[in-house]
Design a protein around this ligand. Structure first.
Ligand code: TPP
Ligand code: MG
Length: 610
């Protein structure tokens, strides 16, 4: 029997299968924190209590809840105090909302007796969370309403793959629980559990889709995070259609990169092979992706299209697809497969494989350009790819590391990968990796991140890791930090998009040793200053069986130009140099010339419509 509302909350979440809450205390949630303690003591014998993971900053708790949801498919739960704690959660909650994963936020609030009085730490949380948690957001006011609200918030988050929030006023948390609301007017009864709907489009839609796909002779597929869990069917359909397949960034783990007909990621961060395939295909099949950059998809009228998405509002909005199938990737592909005829002409695939081989050679050429002010970041990936442990879980951060990882990282089967996709927020790679370690203690998470993100919050979150590291039999977790003393992604975006030169006052960063900081925490810290030491550093890191920070001094002047350089981008770049970019004349020009000179002469289709 739960004594208080807070006890009931924790027991009910336990019943829903929640086993981990990421959070940070505060007197606005004293009742809930105390209930977690009591819950853990009462479940000590069975060792299946809800764990409480104390982070360094509430935003990190929300990132961890989001990553937990992404990597496990379960609900992620985070907890913060009223006012400042709740405000800190926001960025991580938006990350979950943008990438459509289920997260429940629990916060405190001023007591019901003080709400509306500008009480200390009172913030209008209904307004604050309205946008991010609008699917279900409620401030609880009576113990008898709590059961219904919990059940609805959990089921809503899971069912709609979004963020929901429950706000518990301080006094309510400690009131006696009402486990069974009275069977009367004004009360609700509710239950635990969710059996997800199978989701298959109607027969007409499937037949129409099959007709389009069967008619095509050059089928390109684009898969996103919505196709995770349907990997085998994606492969079966691709084989049946003799299709090539590109991957949206969040869907990078759907197919291994070593399959010859997989062209890798698409778009600004994508490969030339993906762009070439999209330009040449006559049919496009999109599965579980809301990939936003329409200019990297085939030009309107050049290809017929079929799209599969669970959410009808995301269908037919990036490319004018002829058939829009509402359904889950798994169920829909399974229903579609028997309607597809086996293609026998292998020439399209052969041409994709050829482009792919060329693209790989180009990547190798680019990586071979030596940095002058540090290591060429592309080198990192050449060495890292060779040593990635089986079943590792890779996270990346907003910054150039994501660009390089998107294009160069070679994922194998059974690896996991994620990052902040829709929101693209800095500071997510480290908490994602830590959450991955909690969820999969026998696997090695690898965070690929920059010095800016580490200084923003990653270094602090390593302290969280230090607190828990002794609990894992294999505490392998590796942080690969590109220290380029620069907010390099933006430096390059300013050059290429705006023609603005490097502005050191905004872009340059203090040179702080992340490897030394790691050693301060008792972790292994490896500094790499020369490309020839990369291989040994990765070998050591993956053999260490402890947390390792590999800090690689990379050259900020290696070109961040996309695989397909446009005339506008080059013009902007030239303007930035002429305006007195302090780095002009260094490796930068050399590197850019190397990229341009005959390697990627194309221009993206949308800019020069015919
Ligand atoms: C919270 C947040 N602030 C700012 C940005 C804009 N931004 C995107 S990447 C980036 C630079 C990241 O620098 P660093 O971590 O050092 O990686 P680098 O690009 O240098 O490899 C910035 C400032 C962002 N995406 N998120
Ligand atoms: Mg940097």
């Amino acid at each position: 029997m739960a004594a208080t509302v807070s006890d009931f909350l924790i027991e009910r979440l336990h019943e829903w299968g929640v086993r981990r809450i990421f959070g940070y205390p505060g007197d606005g949630i004293n009742g809930i924190i105390a209930a977690i303690d009591a819950h853990q003591k009462s479940h000590a014998a069975t060792a299946d209590a809800i764990d409480f993971i104390q982070v360094r900053h509430e935003e990190q708790a929300a990132f961890m809840a989001c990553a937990h949801a992404k990597f496990t498919g379960e609900l992620g739960v985070c907890l913060a105090t009223s006012g400042p704690g709740a405000i800190h959660l926001l960025n991580g909650l938006y990350d979950a909302k943008a990438d459509h994963v289920p997260v429940l936020a629990l916060t405190g609030q001023a007591a019901t007796t003080a709400i509306g009085s500008e009480y200390q730490q009172e913030v209008d949380l209904q307004s604050l969370f309205k946008d991010v948690a609008g699917e279900y957001l409620v401030t609880l006011m009576h113990p008898a309403g709590v059961r219904h609200a919990i059940d609805r918030a959990v089921r809503g988050a899971l069912g709609e793959r979004t963020v929901t929030a429950l706000i518990f006023p301080k006094d309510l948390q400690e009131e006696p629980a009402v486990e069974v609301p009275p069977h009367l007017m004004n009360y609700n009864a509710s239950s635990v559990g969710l059996s997800r709907a199978r989701s298959i489009p109607d027969e007409d839609g499937l037949r129409h889709a099959a007709e389009v796909l069967n008619a095509g002779s050059k089928v390109a597929m684009l898969v996103g995070a919505g196709a995770l869990g349907a990997e085998d069917l994606v492969e079966d359909v691709a084989e049946r259609l003799q299709a090539g397949c590109a991957k949206a960034l969040l869907g990078k783990a759907v197919l291994p990169d070593d399959l010859p007909w997989v062209t890798g990621t698409i778009g600004l961060l994508g490969t030339a092979a993906s762009s070439d395939m999209m330009r040449a295909c006559d049919t496009l099949l999109m599965v579980g992706t809301n990939y936003p950059y329409a200019q990297f998809l085939p030009r309107e009228g050049h290809a017929r299209g079929v799209q599969i998405d669970l959410n009808a509002s995301r269908l037919g909005v990036r490319f004018p697809t002829e058939v829009n199938l509402q359904g889950s990737a798994r169920d829909t592909l399974a229903a579609l497969l028997p309607l597809l005829t086996q293609k026998t002409d292998t020439s399209w695939r052969t041409s994709i494989v050829r482009t792919e081989e060329t693209a790989e050679r180009v990547d190798a050429t680019r990586a071979a350009i030596a940095g002058k002010d540090g290591i060429n970041p592309e080198d990192m990936f050449v060495e890292l790819n060779r040593r990635l442990p089986d079943r590792c879980i890779i996270t990346a951060d907003a910054g150039t590391s994501t660009n390089w990882a998107a294009r160069h990282l070679q994922l194998r089967r059974d690896m996991k990968w994620s990052l902040s996709g829709g929101l693209a927020t800095m500071g997510s790679a480290v908490p994602y990796a830590i959450a991955a370690k909690f969820a999969f203690p026998d696997r090695t998470p690898i965070a690929i991140t920059g010095d800016g993100a580490m200084q923003m919050n990653g270094m602090n979150e390593l302290i969280t890791l230090q607190r828990y590291v002794s609990r894992w039999a294999d505490p392998s977790i590796v942080f690969v930090v590109a220290n380029n003393r620069d907010l390099n992604q933006v430096t390059w975006e300013m050059r290429i998009e705006s023609g603005a030169p490097d502005f050191p006052g905004s872009q340059h960063l203090p040179d702080v040793s992340m490897a030394a900081f790691a050693r301060l925490l008792g972790f292994e810290g490896i500094g790499v200053d020369r490309a020839e030491d990369l291989a040994a550093a990765f070998e050591a890191a993956f053999a260490a069986r402890r947390p390792v920070v590999i800090e690689i001094r990379t050259d900020p002047n290696i070109s961040m130009l996309p695989a397909h350089v446009t005339r506008e981008q080059m013009t902007s770049f030239g303007r930035a140099m002429l305006k007195g970019d302090p780095e002009r004349g260094s490796a930068i020009v050399q590197s850019v010339k190397g990229v341009i000179a005959g390697m990627f002469p194309h221009e993206t289709a949308d800019r020069h419509p015919t």
